[in-house]
Design a protein around this ligand. Structure first.
Ligand code: PLP
Length: 428
């Protein structure tokens, strides 16, 4: 690639981070399935261990195949660097642990992926990190939830599953006013929005979803926007010596890549949440068609949402692409003409009818995943969000009649025919 040219989205998806293999000339990214790397000399090894030189020493810290994936996702999001992870959950976990210790707090939107909600609500408090949940659109609540222990604001670009789209720019302003970073999980809106361009400082992804796009590989990515000042006095992790590296100070040694470098050489090294090279390879294959797929997901989802809206077995439809949707305005502001691949709807009757519907679809699969090329459907109240209390479920929009569809890239006509026959069977 030409280093001077600022390539556009589709080009980045196909090429960013690529290296033609120096040994064989292989055009595809090779799978470097190795745990370790032969050191050229004792001196070189010593420098690698001290982080004085860049290079590969052990795959739990870095790997050439992961490197291509990291550079590609960083380019897609417009960040200065990225770190791949074994899953989306480990990306989220490290994004927080990189800046928060016991006694610290996070402010988070209450409209989150179920796994994230459980991590924030139950697990992190056991380690002394408290999360204060606020309604996605209540700007005053974010402001009020911040105190001197707060280390970040956290939200999702299209909240799963209520599909709330936060006003990134306003929330980022609140975060920055208090010298805090905004972390955005952009799994559901990848290629539709670049949160870093709207004030976010860190972006996290479940690569298991649209990035993989095939339902084959788990993975996660953290992207560093490179603009946040970690030396502002609130984050001693970056400005005090790390004894693990002879007193190295991250903000001085790594400048605008301090955050992502620390996540790698401190947390991933200590916690071992590395992605497998073969998964990185598989995810890279899919990224070549990322926005082609995402656009088709969105196009199909809009058609299905419109179809459901007029269906007599359906009591309500939640899709940001519908003009009367409460998130339509935010979608228009941020998602560049797309509205996401997830459609929520209420089936007339409720729980029993919902189960019957899910058992009656033939083309759609009953699966706990999103962003797959294949269309998927699930009943959140009894599955993905079943660990929540009834009150928490209702607050997150998880009513008993709610069905969530992750619309795939098939022909919309075939999907609509399948949904129609299943609705008729379920509500008769
Ligand atoms: C799936 C998902 C996650 C978790 O990712 P895994 O790869 O399953 O660990 C996090 N956030 C969102 C929005 C997701 O959809």
């Amino acid at each position: 690639m030409n280093k001077q040219r600022k390539y556009k989205q589709r080009t980045l998806e196909v090429h960013a981070g690529e290296k033609v293999d120096p040994v064989t000339g292989a055009r595809a990214t090779p799978i470097y399935h190795t745990s370790s790397y032969a050191f050229e000399s004792a001196e070189k090894a010593k420098k690698l261990y001290a982080l004085e030189e860049e290079g590969y020493l052990y795959t739990r810290i870095s790997n050439p195949t992961l490197d291509v994936l990291e550079k590609r996702v960083a380019a897609i999001e417009g960040g200065v660097g990225a770190l791949s992870q074994s899953t989306g959950m480990s990306a989220i976990l490290l994004s927080i642990l990189n800046i928060a210790n016991s006694g610290d707090e996070i402010v988070a939107s209450n409209n989150l992926y179920g796994g994230t909600f459980t991590l924030f609500k139950n697990t992190m408090p056991n380690w002394g990190i408290k999360v204060n949940f606020v309604p996605t659109h209540d700007l005053e609540a974010y402001e009020n939830a911040i105190n001197e222990n707060t280390k970040a604001i956290y939200c999702e670009s299209i909240g799963n599953p209520k599909l709330n789209i936060p006003d990134f720019e306003k929330i980022a302003k609140i975060a920055h006013k208090h010298d805090l970073p905004l972390i955005v999980d952009n799994t559901s809106a990848i290629t539709m929005v670049r949160p870093l361009e709207h004030g976010a400082d860190i972006v996290v992804h479940s690569a298991t979803k649209f990035l993989s796009g095939t339902g084959t590989s788990m993975g996660g990515v953290i992207v560093d926007g490179g603009t946040f000042n970690w030396a502002n006095g609130k984050f001693p992790q970056f400005t005090t010596p790390d004894p693990a590296y002879h007193g190295l100070i991250y903000s001085e040694a790594f400048g605008n890549k301090a955050y992502i470098t620390k996540a790698r050489v401190h947390l991933m090294k200590d916690l071992g949440t590395v992605l497998s090279p073969i998964n990185a390879f598989l995810i890279l294959q899919s990224i070549e068609s990322l926005s082609l797929r995402v656009n088709q997901h969105c196009k199909n989802a809009l058609e299905i949402a419109k179809f459901l809206k007029n269906h007599e077995a359906v009591s309500w439809v939640n899709y940001p692409g519908l003009e009367d949707n409460e998130n339509h305005e935010m979608a228009e502001k941020y998602l560049n003409g797309n509205y996401g691949g997830i459609v929520g709807f209420g089936i007339k009757g409720g729980l029993e009818e919902g189960k019957k519907f899910i058992e009656s679809v033939e083309l759609l699969s009953h699966v706990a995943n999103i962003g797959d090329a294949k269309s998927l459907v699930i009943h959140p109240a009894s599955t993905t969000h079943s660990n929540m209390t009834e009150e928490e479920q209702l607050e997150g929009g998880i009513t008993p009649d709610f069905i969530r569809m992750s619309v795939g890239i098939e022909d919309a006509e075939d999907l609509i025919a399948d949904i129609d026959q299943a609705l008729k069977k379920a509500v008769s």
